[in-house]
Design a protein around this ligand. Structure first.
Ligand code: HEC
Ligand code: HEC
Ligand code: HEC
Ligand code: HEC
Length: 405
């Protein structure tokens, strides 16, 4: 039945015509032979697809009529890429992927039945995208931009970009974001006494504080633009006692201990005095400064103020759109895969995408590139991506007659 062979090609039906052509080619993996078992579903005949439909009777109670699921955690399989469907059916059958209901549903199906049912579902119209009216996770906004906006209220005292110009005001740049957040909270929990800072920090939420701290951490570090007096050389000698916690040159690698390189000298003096006289209650610092007189404190401040601050370890988290651009490299534009072995994500159920991403990240689904792709995703990243892809319009797999082979 040579002329009856059909070749699956994935058409991005309303996308640009160039993509249409490109995708038609991409759907035939280089050097693929129809007798390659994993690709059999792609080269199924009309008759085989028809036989797959009768196998599908046992699937619809979970995957819905026509492969469009109405069950939480159960994926749509209509219009999914056929070679992918087939290999995943094998994965559940061999126990590489685990799901009790799914595994028992296909336990006794022959290889032939599996490729035919995969071809059948692959040939169906995909689900419509998740309606915009369904409430979704808010898209991951850019926390650095939010932090920058909130930090506008701080610049009058702490300087633009957190570089102090006023003696007595600390620079906020060059510090680990975790330290900055702890320091802000110290004003509201009473560990530090400064009524101005307490009033300024009180209305901030945890997320505000995190964003502000991240913004400062990512700004270019620079020394405070304030006067320095005292003997730096003498300060350097005394600073040997501080290096274990604050680093050789005041650049700390432990977020519990602040970096003090390039800090405003007057603020350094003020805080050392505050630890000494007990108005700042932190214990380790009380011991460190207990034996220091005013001159020694001034010299230490001069030494640290003259050191170059350095950027702490901090990275800007990616937005949903930035993540999706990475995912689309394999999963196709807006999650419409043009490789028959890679699943489409467009219009998939958000709850299923969420579950699948967590299971790659948490190691329940093993042995695919997805483990590495998901290792750094936060729960919020996953939620954002799940809703993002659920809302994309799915492009069907269309079966076009293949030339005789
Ligand atoms: C008892 C309910 C149930 C039945 C019956 C069932 N499935 Fe499933 N199926 C599931 C669930 C739940 C999952 C998701 C499991 C997971 O998270 O890995 C799934 C996953 C799949 C997947 C993987 C989809 C993807 O995007 O990775 C395929 C393919 C599939 N099913 C096909 C079938 C076919 C074909 C049949 C009928 C022969 C069938 N299923 C019968 C519940 C069922
Ligand atoms: C009216 C001036 C003023 C404004 C406005 C201000 N601060 Fe402060 N801030 C201070 C002073 C003074 C200190 C030092 C207090 C002390 O001695 O503990 C301080 C200390 C801090 C510290 C501790 C720094 C360290 O090295 O431990 C942080 C963090 C901080 N401020 C964050 C902020 C943020 C965020 C804002 C804006 C929301 C802000 N401040 C607005 C005056 C101000
Ligand atoms: C055992 C570790 C440790 C040692 C040793 C130590 N520090 Fe600290 N230092 C800290 C910690 C922790 C804090 C933050 C305390 C807080 O939250 O108020 C701190 C805070 C400071 C601050 C305030 C910074 C700011 O941004 O508010 C200064 C200044 C300082 N240390 C200077 C010194 C000097 C100078 C020495 C040596 C004489 C020294 N420290 C020794 C742990 C240490
Ligand atoms: C290097 C290529 C590649 C990249 C990049 C990639 N994926 Fe995947 N993805 C795959 C492959 C291959 C599979 C099939 C894995 C399997 O067999 O379980 C897959 C599977 C999935 C699945 C399971 C689909 C299903 O129906 O069960 C989801 C969800 C997914 N990827 C989402 C993403 C997201 C979100 C990103 C971006 C953060 C991403 N992928 C990036 C190649 C990739």
């Amino acid at each position: 039945m040579k002329s009856g062979k059909w070749l699956a090609a994935i058409a991005l039906m309303s996308a640009a015509p160039i993509l249409y052509c490109a995708s038609g080619i991409a759907a035939q993996p280089a050097g693929a032979k129809p007798d390659n078992a994993d690709l059999r579903a792609v080269y199924a005949t009309v008759q085989e697809i028809g036989e797959g439909k009768s196998v599908a009777n046992t699937c619809s109670r979970c995957h819905g009529a026509n492969g469009i699921s109405t069950t939480k955690g159960t994926p749509h399989i209509a219009g999914q890429r056929p070679a992918y469907l087939y290999t995943k059916l094998k994965a559940y059958q061999t126990g590489v992927r685990r799901d009790e209901g799914m595994q028992s549903a296909i336990k006794f199906l022959s290889d032939d039945a599996l490729f035919k049912v995969a071809a059948y579902y692959g040939s169906l119209e995909p689900a419509p995208p998740l309606a915009a009216t369904v409430k979704a996770a808010p898209p991951r906004s850019d926390p650095v931009a939010a932090g920058k906006a909130a930090a506008a209220a701080c610049a009058g005292c702490h300087g633009d970009g957190g570089v102090s110009k006023i003696p007595g005001m600390p620079s906020l740049v060059g510090m680990d974001p975790k330290y900055l957040v702890t320091a802000m909270k110290a004003y509201t929990n009473g560990q530090r006494k400064d009524d101005t800072m307490k009033a300024l920090v009180a209305p901030l939420t945890d997320s505000d504080m995190n964003s502000i701290a991240l913004y400062y951490a990512l700004e270019q570090p620079a020394k405070a633009q304030t006067p320095v007096k005292g003997d730096q050389a003498a300060g350097k000698v005394a600073a040997a006692a501080c290096a274990g916690c604050h680093g050789e040159t005041g650049v700390s690698t432990n977020p519990a201990n602040p970096s003090i390189a390039g800090q405003d000298a007057q603020y350094l003096v003020n805080t050392m005095l505050a630890y000494k006289n007990g108005s700042r209650t932190e214990g380790t610092m009380k011991n460190a400064v207990a034996g220091l007189d005013d001159k020694a404190i001034e010299n230490l401040a001069a030494f640290y103020a003259a050191q170059a601050p350095r950027a702490p370890k901090a990275a800007r988290p990616m937005t949903t759109a930035e993540w999706a651009a990475r995912c689309d490299r394999c999963h196709g534009i807006n999650g419409n895969s043009i490789d028959v072995r890679v699943p489409a994500l467009a219009a998939q159920r958000a709850d299923y995408l969420d579950k699948a991403l967590r299971s790659y990240r948490d190691g329940e689904r093993k042995g695919s590139v997805m483990a590495a792709m998901t290792s750094t995703l936060s729960d919020a990243d996953i939620e954002g991506l799940a809703y993002y892809y659920a809302r994309q319009r799915a492009r069907a797999v269309v079966y076009v007659p293949s030339p005789a082979r």
